[in-house]
Design a protein around this ligand. Structure first.
Ligand SMILES: O=C(O)C(=O)C[C@H](O)[C@H](O)COP(=O)(O)O
Length: 215
């Protein structure tokens, strides 16, 4: 497992974040850290993504920042130049994957089927996002995939919540889960950093309980 994957595994639950105002990135990241969540995925769903990643990278160095929803190489280049430590996407764009591999940038493209997994294997990838997890089969799918694809690790996202995250984290082929529930758009808009810290604390406790039970 790479250093990046160890960070993701240790964090356990990666908040998937959409920010419209980059000014909110630093206080949000500090609230997550205060709650015990040291990694975050800033999605390229808004024009504020790159500046948000840069602000966190420069002002909250203990926060491990990934770029999410990266759909093309232009976004991948902007994400990495802004300081993103990894590139994540809902699907698999070979141009994005190849650019990241050529640049030595950790990349975790989304997949949902054995055919997509084998296409990713051919590109040299063994850690993948599983998206949209709850729609394509959830934990049952992960159990089924563990048979033929022992060497593949997944980061499920899409429908993950406090009610099912532990089930996902208990799977031997899951290194971490992602979810937007951890930083709700409402809490971000209200700049309710106490609520974000509480949500992070609860998520970190959930991860600890699963990791302690497994050790
Ligand atoms: O945009 C990306 O890079 C993605 O991979 C998709 C996100 O991870 C999911 O949209 C999060 O799903 P929810 O937690 O159910 O809101």
């Amino acid at each position: 497992m790479t250093q990046v994957e160890n960070i993701l595994k240790k964090t356990g639950i990666i908040p998937v974040i959409k920010l419209d105002d980059a000014q909110l990135a630093v206080p949000l990241a500090k609230a997550l850290l205060a709650g015990g969540i040291g990694a975050a995925e800033i999605t390229f769903r808004t024009p504020a993504a790159a500046s948000s990643i840069q602000a966190i990278t420069e002002q909250v160095p203990d926060m491990f920042v990934c770029a999410g929803t990266v759909l093309n190489t232009e976004q991948a280049k902007l994400a990495v130049s802004s300081g993103a430590a990894a590139v994540i996407s809902p699907g698999t764009n070979p141009a994005v994957v190849n650019w990241c591999l050529e640049q030595g940038v950790p990349v975790y493209p989304g997949c949902a089927t054995p055919t997509e997994i084998e296409a990713a294997l051919r590109m040299g990838l063994t850690t993948l996002k599983l998206f949209p997890a709850e729609v394509v089969g959830g934990v049952k799918l992960l159990k089924a995939l563990y048979g033929p694809y022992r060497e593949i690790k997944f980061m499920p996202t899409g429908g993950i919540s406090p009610s099912n995250a532990a089930d996902y984290l208990r799977q031997p082929n899951v290194i971490a889960c992602g979810g937007s529930w951890l930083c709700s758009e409402q809490d971000i808009l209200r700049e309710d950093w106490a609520a974000v810290e509480t949500s992070a604390r609860e998520a970190a406790e959930l991860v600890r309980s699963v990791q302690n039970a497994a050790s």
